[in-house]
Design a protein. Structure first.
Length: 327
């Protein structure tokens, strides 16, 4: 009888841990590994304080194991790469070979080198992409043809995958660094209540201030993205603009529930005209956190960008080493 009462007391004590004090939120899936050590230390301290008898140890440890298992199950981050043939400026670019390997495979295989992703999927409506990724041993999900952008396509695909968070990786970034993905995942772990995350980096030259082929942004002192654009709207001196304006990279993070809700919101005229997916987050007053990484690597938006990427693979030590790992 005493053993049963002690077991019930142990279970009640675990349930009474205040989620707010340990940094956990039971009503959402924003529970993060970095909080587990605090929980373990608190539970063990409570155990010794109460001086539980040896025959109660097994019941207590079973309760702790059950709780921690449920937390770890919630923390599942999956990478998704949206891909389509009908790119406006470079049709079929994701299948274009770069040093003998299709662009989409450069991206997918580099994403698999990330330490924080449970898995990586390609989401596409094109059977050619589906067949290629499948033949390379990759995981791929067929989606509907009509999608406004990559975020919308991923919102459809993610419904078929069990996860708590989504990392969207654009398929035209063959030089993507796995540690950039890991840094975004670290930010997800550190700031659980933010709606979305986006990697940003410094511009490489003054000419990029008005280069329309990629998106740029301005961030707040609190490190949130305030606005996104393709050409600089600022009138300050160029050196000041270079310090304030950042390049928006094709690595975004979402809570799964937030992504699904976001995909249901209507596309504004500004988002449609500028072709900037992040505007839906900003215009609806959600928080988009800037995750600063370096360096800003070139993506492929037009055929002329191919040679820049190839030169990087051949001349940059890190890029060369990564290419050897994935080819």
């Amino acid at each position: 009888m005493d053993q049963e009462e002690n077991h019930k007391r142990n279970q009640k004590a675990l349930r009474n841990l205040n989620p707010k004090t340990v940094g956990l939120t039971w009503s959402t899936k924003g529970v993060y590994r970095c909080k587990l050590l605090w929980l373990i230390r608190k539970t063990i301290g409570w155990y010794y304080k109460k001086k539980l008898m040896a025959h109660n140890t097994r019941a207590l440890l079973a309760s702790i194991f059950k709780l921690l298992s449920s937390i770890l199950k919630l923390m599942e981050i999956v990478g998704f790469i949206p891909a389509r043939l009908a790119s406006t400026r470079f049709y079929g670019k994701v299948l274009h070979p770069i040093e003998g390997l299709p662009m989409i495979e450069h991206v997918r295989r580099r994403a698999l080198l990330s330490n924080g992703l449970k898995d990586v999927y390609v989401a596409t409506s094109d059977i050619e992409i589906y067949n290629l990724v499948s033949s390379c041993g990759g995981k791929v999900i067929l989606t509907h043809l009509e999608h406004e952008n990559g975020t919308s396509r991923i919102a459809e695909a993610v419904q078929k995958v069990a996860c708590s968070h989504v990392v969207l990786i654009q398929g035209d970034e063959p030089l993507i660094l796995p540690n950039h993905i890991d840094k975004l995942i670290d930010s997800i772990n550190q700031f659980p209540n933010i709606d979305a995350w986006n990697c940003v980096a410094s511009l490489s030259s003054v000419d990029e201030l008005n280069k329309q082929s990629f998106v740029k942004c301005i961030t707040s002192p609190e490190n949130f993205i305030l606005n996104t654009f393709r050409r600089s709207p600022l009138i300050s001196r160029q050196e000041i603009q270079m310090a304030q304006i950042k390049k928006v990279l094709g690595i975004l993070g979402f809570k799964k529930e937030f992504l699904l809700s976001l995909s249901l919101l209507p596309q504004s005229m500004l988002e449609a005209n500028e072709s900037i997916e992040q505007l839906r987050i900003i215009e609806n007053h959600f928080r988009l956190s800037a995750v600063h990484v370096e360096p800003a690597l070139p993506s492929i938006n037009e055929p002329k960008d191919l040679q820049v990427v190839i030169d990087n693979i051949k001349t940059d030590t890190i890029q060369s080493q990564l290419f050897k790992k994935i080819k």
